[in-house]
Design a protein around this ligand. Sequence first.
Ligand code: IPE
Ligand code: IPE
Ligand code: MG
Length: 240
Amino acid sequence: MRQQSDTNGPGHVAIIMDGNGRWAQQRGRPRLMGHHAGARRVREILKACPDHDVKYLTLFAFSTENWKRTQTEVAGLMTLFRKYIQREAMSLLENGVRVRFIGDRIRLDEKLVSLMDNLELLTADNDLVHLTIALNYGGRDEVTRAAKRLAYEIEMGRLTHKDVDAETLARFLDTHFLPDPDLVIRTSGEARISNFLLWQSAYAEYEFVDTLWPDFTAAEFGRVLAKYGQRDRRFGAVLA
Ligand code: IPE
Ligand code: IPE
Ligand code: MG
């Protein structure tokens, strides 16, 4: 069931960091340049989280559909993820950030997966901000993998079909350790979900901004959060 955060602000913000490619293209540079610029943005947004009572920040970094891109772009992104982890690990540790990854690790290379595992271990005792990075993540893929594991538990006789409800299924999702997102932000002007947190966002608020991700500043982040604060969330009920 939905775990509601205990602050007035959005306790859990999820961001679809879109527009890196266009940002680079506008400057006549290769798309990968945009991805590097995008990665540099993360630090500033992360740093702003405690000021706004954002305890959980979830970032969409690579989707299950992004493998359809050119080999050069995919390889460049994978290298960027490795470098990002190596470069940022100490600063994340020292700044109280607990990092976890969601998505299917099976298609990621071993070196990257071991860096991901190590970063999760290294920061496991931190509690100021919980950063979740979605890498090779797709909502449908996640629900399908969860259903498969649930079916396996039933096959093994550890559960029966009567145990299958929303709460049980959610325990098998990659996000089992996370509250549902309160607010989902997408940059770059596209107003679609692109397979991000399909199950978890059932009652999330959405904010679509035109800014390309490498230009998304902490100031704009603050404005989006302030706008969220003015919304009425009803969860299907009638307000008293
Ligand atoms: C988002 O930026 C980052 C990833 C999908 C990895 P894009 O690469 O999708 O940028 P645009 O949408 O082409 O501008
Ligand atoms: C969604 O952006 C995935 C990430 C931001 C990682 P895309 O750029 O891949 O989505 P579409 O193709 O525009 O739907
Ligand atoms: Mg895009």
